[in-house]
Design a protein. Structure first.
Length: 167
């Protein structure tokens, strides 16, 4: 769940310019994934939830992408860095109520050119730092599905304790 040391670690990663924290967190998530047996024989590609370009310039990195790098090193799954693009700048989700989060993310994502062209037989495993209401996961998955891309699900370092099903 999202509290204590995990909450502090993610806050430091995102807001205190400490990108190196992503490596052990991503490795931990990768080990948890391997131990879960969830994937079975399903062919997957990992797509991190993107930041808008202006937010990434400001922060200097996308924390979900850094987490995905370590996750993929541990799991051996291929990483599609720009499988999704954030095409519209949005308000920080943590400042919004659940209903506002859905609206905030409308038309925020687009499928990246490489993923569009590849039309891989693999399903997409989305990766994000925190799962709160599922609004981000749903918005990202909806965009992928509209392009005929299968979405397996989402992995995240932490969940807020609410219903953890992206549909």
């Amino acid at each position: 769940s999202y509290g204590g040391a995990v909450k502090r670690s993610l806050a430091v990663l995102k807001y205190d310019n400490q990108p190196q924290i992503a490596q052990p967190l991503g490795q931990w998530l990768g080990k948890a994934w391997l131990n879960s047996g969830l994937a079975g024989d399903t062919k997957l590609i990992v797509v991190p939830i993107p930041l808008h370009a202006s937010k990434q310039r400001q922060r200097g990195y996308n924390q979900a992408e850094l987490l995905a790098e370590s996750f993929c090193q541990v799991t051996g799954l291929p990483l599609q860095r720009h499988g999704l693009e954030r095409v519209r700048e949005t308000e920080a989700q943590f400042t919004l109520k659940a209903a506002e989060r859905e609206k905030n993310l409308q038309s925020a994502f687009a499928v990246g050119k490489r993923l569009q062209k590849s039309r891989s037989a693999a399903s997409v495993l989305l990766l994000d730092d925190i799962y709160t209401t599922g609004a981000t996961a749903r918005a990202a998955a909806d965009v992928l599905r509209r392009q005929g891309i299968r979405v397996y699900g989402l992995v995240a370092i932490a969940a807020s304790g609410q219903n953890v099903s992206p549909r």
